[in-house]
Ligand binder design. Structure first.
Ligand SMILES: Nc1ncnc2c1ncn2[C@@H]1O[C@H](COP(=O)(O)OP(=O)(O)O)[C@@H](O)[C@H]1O
Ligand SMILES: [Mg+2]
Length: 283
């Protein structure tokens, strides 16, 4: 095997959006196969490269995952690198990007074990509905929408999250309900395709049901996504920059996904080949 495409035990054969990567690599003569990231039987010295993809349980044990990545990164070429994976699996990276001038969704951070007066926050910031979420998360796990009238009852949710993790509090961006999020996807720094996505949070209202590919304008959001990659300033085999419109109509960075994002390869007929070429160039 040349390349291990890393997935998790809950999805041994990759997700339908990601699976077209395998035939695209085969077309280039690269023997790539799905490998469960924490399978103890795998010896990573036997593969020329390992590409993190659908490791969708890594946020549930981030410390284990980051330690694993450091080890594997010494045995083979790991993409993205263990440094990037460590950096990206805790959302405090958003604060760092904000300090570098990236417009990020406004966020108040509460430390682990800490508490926050949400009523005072809604008053002082003029935020109406709030979103609470852990700083280590994926798939909208432990993410809560709190209408202003229910803020006082949300104390237990704050305690639930801060018991094990830093907490993020944001204004609820109503544009998620109509236009959703836009994901700009890059391979080795080059823009590949863009996807408009409905809210991941299943309980959130939505104007459309499924992710759709679209052609972005050259300026605007694509430029912002490129500015984000520049601010990160590290090599990234794959990157997904998620942006959303805030309640004042300004586009904001919602997340940078350089760990285990869905790259929606099946939505763009050329995308699997673009990623396959980027991987083959690393061997
Ligand atoms: N500020 C926000 N306004 C509206 N919806 C939000 C906000 N933050 C998160 N959400 C909802 O929660 C989902 C997951 O949040 P996100 O920040 O993308 O974290 P992750 O993808 O890591 O779970 C989003 O897709 C959206 O449905
Ligand atoms: Mg997200």
């Amino acid at each position: 095997m040349d390349v291990a495409i890393l997935t998790y035990s809950g999805m041994p054969q990759l997700d339908a959006y990601e699976a077209p990567l395998l035939p695209a690599l085969a077309e280039l003569g690269v023997d790539a196969r799905p490998v469960i990231w924490d399978d103890p039987a795998v010896d990573f010295r036997d593969v020329r490269a390992a590409v993190v993809r659908t490791v969708w349980d890594s946020h549930l044990r981030r410390d284990t995952f980051v330690a694993w990545a450091e080890k594997v990164g010494r045995l083979t070429k790991l993409y993205n690198s263990s440094d990037v994976l460590r950096w990206n699996t805790h959302k405090l990276y958003l604060r760092e990007l904000e300090e570098k001038g990236v417009p990020v969704t406004p966020t108040v951070w509460v430390e682990r074990g800490g508490s926050i007066d949400l009523e005072a926050l809604t008053r002082s910031r003029g935020w109406d509905t709030l979103v609470l979420k852990p700083a280590v998360s994926a798939g909208a796990l432990k993410t809560y929408i709190i209408p202003r009238a229910e803020v006082s009852a949300a104390r237990s949710l704050v305690a639930e999250v801060t018991a094990s993790c830093e907490l993020m509090v944001q204004p609820y961006l109503t544009a998620f309900e109509t236009e959703g999020e836009r994901s700009y996807i890059f391979f080795d720094g080059a823009f590949s395709h863009a996807v408009r996505r409905p809210p991941t949070l299943q309980s959130a209202p939505r104007g459309f049901a499924k992710p759709v590919v679209f052609t972005p304008d050259a300026g605007g959001e694509l430029k912002l996504a490129e500015q984000v990659l520049e601010a990160i300033g590290r090599p990234l085999l794959y990157a997904r920059v998620d942006v959303a419109t805030d309640n004042a109509g300004v586009t904001r960075l919602q997340e940078v996904e350089v760990t285990e994002p869905s790259l929606f390869l099946s939505l763009d007929p050329e995308a699997p080949r673009r990623l396959a070429r980027a991987i083959a160039a690393k061997l």
